[in-house]
Every structure is written in C-alpha cells, then in structure tokens.
Ligand binder design. Sequence first.
Ligand SMILES: NC(=O)C1=CN([C@@H]2O[C@H](COP(=O)(O)OP(=O)(O)OC[C@H]3O[C@@H](n4cnc5c(N)ncnc54)[C@H](O)[C@@H]3O)[C@@H](O)[C@H]2O)C=CC1
Ligand SMILES: O=C(O)CCC(=O)C(=O)O
Length: 465
Amino acid sequence: MNASNKTNSATSNQKRKDNPASEKLDTFLQELAERHPNEQEFHDAVREFMQTVFPEVEDWETLHRDAVLDRLVEPDRIFSFRVCWEDDSGRVRVNRGYRVQFNSTLGPYKGGLRFHPSVNLGILKFLAFEQVFKNALTQLPLGGGKGGSDFNPRGKSDREVMRFCQSFMTELARHIGPDRDVPAGDIGVGEREIGYLYGQYKRLQDESRAVLTGKGVGYGGSVLRTEATGYGAVLFAETMLRRHKDGLEGKICALSGAGNVALFAAEKLTSLGARVVTLSDSDGFIHCPDGLDEEAIASIKELKFVQRGRLKEYAEATGCDYHADEAPWGVSCDLAFPCATQGELDGEAAKTLLKNGCLGVVEGANMPATLEAIDLFRRNKCYFAPGKAANAGGVAVSGLEMTQNSMRLSWDRERMEKELAAIMQTIHEQCVREGDEGDWVDYVKGANLASFKRVADAMLSLGIH
Ligand SMILES: NC(=O)C1=CN([C@@H]2O[C@H](COP(=O)(O)OP(=O)(O)OC[C@H]3O[C@@H](n4cnc5c(N)ncnc54)[C@H](O)[C@@H]3O)[C@@H](O)[C@H]2O)C=CC1
Ligand SMILES: O=C(O)CCC(=O)C(=O)O
C-alpha cells in the first residue's frame, strides 16, 4: 500500500463531484478546530498543508480508512511541566516548559526548543507539525518535535539563564535520548543555552550522549550547524533563481530578524554578491540602501550574539536609517527573506512587496507569511519558498551532527558545506518534481506533497498505532 501510487493528480472527476475535496477539507479543518481549540497557528499550519494535499489524494478510501490524515494532525504525545528557578535577587520564578513529540515515523523526534514569552501549546504544535514534513524533505531519518518555554532570556544574566536551563533540563531529560528525541535551538536558544542544557543532561545521566544538537564545536557540535539555516535558505534561493535563468548577483534583499537565521543568511547573501538592505528586531528595522558589507554584518553579530543589544544601538553608532516599530516590507527589493518569527508578513505587506516588483520570497523563519500573504504570492506566481523547504538546512546539519556523534568523529568545513549544498539541492528537486506547473513552480504544493508522500507511505507501512 503506497501513498505515492495512491496520490495522483489525475484525480477521478467523478469522485470529486461526489465528494469534493474542498468540502472534505472544510469538514476536516472544522473538526481540527473543535478538537484543538484556541490554537490559531496550529490551525493555519494544517490548513496551509492540507489545502495542497487534499485535492491530490485520489485513493481517499485507503487514507481515510487508515485515518492517515487524522493521525498526522494528532501529536504522539505532549509533555508540559513546571520550571522553577532562582533569579539573581534570590526570588523564585516559575515558568512552564513543554515538549511536543509530534511524529516519529521516520526517526527520533527532532526539532528545536524556543524560549520566548509568547510560547504556548498552539505555537509549539504548529512548529512541531511543520517540523515533521521539513525533516522528511531532508531525506534524513528524523521524526518531528518541538518544545520550549515562556521564559524570556532577554534582560536575564548568564547565571539566571544557566539556572533556568538546568531546571528545564532536569524535567526534560527523562523524555529525550539519542534514539528517542533530540532537541536543538530555536528563538531564544542559541549556543549558550544549548551548552547549559547539555551540561545539565550530562550531570543527570552521567553519560555523554548525542541528546542535543547545536552544541559548541569544542564539545561534540558540528561545524556549520550555527550557519546552516541561514546559509541553507540562501542556497535554496540561489537554486530557485538559477532554475529560472537568474542569479543572486546584484539582487536587493530585504531581510527581517537579526538572530541566528537572519545574520547568517545576510552573511551568505553578501558573499554571493547580493545587497542586503534591511535587518530587524522586535523594536524596529535598519535600512542601509547601499547594502551591509561583511564588516557591518560582523559588528551586528557581535552586538546581537555577544552584547545582546538592539539594532537601534547599531543605527545610533553608524548613523544608518532606523524605523522604530515597523517591519521592513515597505522597502523596495528583489527578494524578501522573512527570518524573524511567525505571522510577520501579512496580506498588506505581501501586496506592497508585489507592487514594488519583488520576484521571490524565501522563508527563513517558520511560517512568517500569513495564509493571506501566501495566497497572494501564489496567485501572482511570485516565487515563494516555504519554510519547510527553505529553512531545512539547520535541521539537516543537526541530523549530520547526530551522525558524526554516533560515529565518534567530526567532519571538516569543506565536507559540511558540500553536504548542506547537496541536501538543499535535493529539497529543491523534490519541490520542483511535485510543484512544477509548466510556466511556474508552486513550491508550497511541491514541498507539501513530497513530504506528505514520504511520511504517509511510511505510516501505512508501520501499521495502525
Ligand atoms: N535556529 C535555527 O536553526 C532555525 C530557526 N528557524 C526559525 O527561524 C526564525 C528565527 O529563529 P532564530 O534566528 O534561530 O532565532 P533568534 O532568537 O536567534 O532570532 C530571532 C530574531 O527574531 C526577532 N524576533 C523575535 N520575535 C519577534 C517579533 N515578535 N517581532 C519581530 N521580530 C522578532 C528577534 O529580535 C531576533 O532578531 C524562527 O521562526 C525559527 O523558528 C527555522 C529553522 C531553523
Ligand atoms: O536543528 C534542529 O533540530 C531544529 C531546527 C528547528 O527547530 C527548525 O528547523 O525549525
């Protein structure tokens, strides 16, 4: 029983007439909303995915009988726990921690941890759902999960962050393991946090196990993991443009974010001759019409990763334009790279980008474009690279970090660069194979169908559970 054979665009017209896919989709989404109330981000992620998958599912009966689609939207399990820690003044603080183990059909649960005050179960379920399909596209043996806490590292001392991470891991440790669930970083969780989390895991288990990725290269991390998400998104953009007889050289690029993904995307774009004109944080954006050079990006990295400062400070120090409380999508550009967070590029922003002649949008973040924005990009045949394809370079190198840890060796930069480029190429090929519309490639449809087929086929093979 093979979903690839059963899912075919030559869908029988009769079947469609008897029971149109759009009606089935509406019912499915309505039931989802009733079963998972007040989780808008999760509903949106499922809608974006299922609206491309439903019309292509020919053998409805098989998938329906085995409840594959219903199983795909129900997490395997979810943990929620109290995290108590002591701040520098001796006061005890209480946060909530979570891990959503969504689907392990293809391998151990894999996906980042997010520390941000906005974190709630709906957001983590959307991220974990996306992760299942993103990981499938890498072709590595990885399931999907996500976790985190409403803890806000901003403004906390290193020691406070350490105590929080130790408390968080004290509970999480019992649920994870190298063949079970391997977390990594995401918003608010970088190398510092991974170091503290890993240190506490080792202390508790008295074992050096590959239980987290994104570790420092000095203690079991992989070369290129830090850069991989941003670099991978740019490699994807380059492949997408090359297929359409174009390139990155001279392209004006508007980026949002100023964290791990945005800054390494900016670095790679600049090295390939593109002009990065904006970066943003949650307070506003900087606009540098001549483009940020290597030196400027290095000093913003120092500001963000070491001093943990704000872009406003960079603007004050250099005199570049700064726009408080605004996103950068009003700036005229050839390519947009939303690299901050979900929902940051809405319908109005999409209309502005299209009006200004934007050729393509590459999602460095997870679900930064709203459903309305995605719809506008697709209807206008703007090249839109969805996050589950474009930002998969990070988790792909995490997968390779697991491989290196299992083999007890480390690969060098040259090898890692080749591996990352090959994986991004393969992801692009899968999107084109499933999303080629003749005069245009629908990357959303391509990424969703290719990953769906891989996960659904494996689920059918593994029986009902
Ligand atoms: N770190 C990774 O390897 C991967 C991250 N992602 C996604 O990329 C995005 C960024 O993650 P990272 O760069 O790792 O996080 P980060 O914590 O290093 O940086 C996040 C950036 O987004 C900005 N930001 C956060 N919330 C915001 C808001 N509400 N409005 C405006 N700006 C906001 C922050 O100021 C910061 O500049 C997230 O959507 C994450 O899920 C996706 C794949 C892998
Ligand atoms: O490297 C990983 O395991 C997770 C990366 C991640 O959280 C993501 O792809 O959104």
